[in-house]
Design a protein around this ligand. Sequence first.
Ligand code: ADP
Ligand code: MG
Length: 256
Amino acid sequence: MTDDSVSVASAAADEVIIRVEGMHKWFGQFHVLKDLNLEVSRGERIVICGPSGSGKSTFIRCLNHLEAHQQGRIAVDGIELNADVKNIETVRREVGMVFQHFNLFPHLTVLENCVLAPIWVRKTPRKQAEADAMKYLERVKIPEQADKYPGQLSGGQQQRVAIARSLCMNPKIMLFDEPTSALDPEMIKEVLDTMIELAESGMTMLCVTHEMGFAKTVADRVIFMDGGEIVEQAPPTEFFGNPREPRTRQFLEQIL
Ligand code: ADP
Ligand code: MG
């Protein structure tokens, strides 16, 4: 490797893929997100935590415009999220999202859930879409469930299908909103293991979760939100070992 290729590689690693500047959001009169600023580098793994109602879901939903912000800027991979529908569509194609409640289509098989968006949105030929889907179902370790319906699967399996389905769109960024909160304890690990593997593959990830073991293993940065603000952010060793803000300390005392 020449010096040039080294510098190009590190430039790519430092590349900002999400940029949020002075972002505010209101629900009617209610000021839900207050002056949020965030830069996420390509390949970075971020965990967002904070009390219920602090605005975590609303924040990550703004990143693919499931919610609209009213002030400030959000740019994803250089594309500005504004009223331009084309931009919104482009960003949504690049950003996968996994929710607490899986949101699979119950009347479609696992495989059909996975090929739907690639075929209809990306115009991928069905054969190719199915081959891709099987590849991702293997990656989340449930290829044998391809022909079943979501209702026939355990919660942990359904959530892994939801992850595979997102990956079928070949996203550049994955957003997770409390993906293990609705799961029985014995199923949490299989979903976290899938997420850890995804993190190790270099995916840019923003995860709202209270799984602090996951945060310690995987996160490059932990962000604490409270009252619609980013109160503190730091690498996990610092965040858990030496939290600076009283509100962070109080939160950690409650959950650890
Ligand atoms: P978190 O994910 O941290 O629990 P949310 O982002 O879901 O928090 O919610 C933040 C605040 O915004 C809460 O007070 C919630 O009640 C309120 N909220 C969320 N969605 C809406 C909505 N669609 N309309 C009005 N208020 C909302
Ligand atoms: Mg939430």
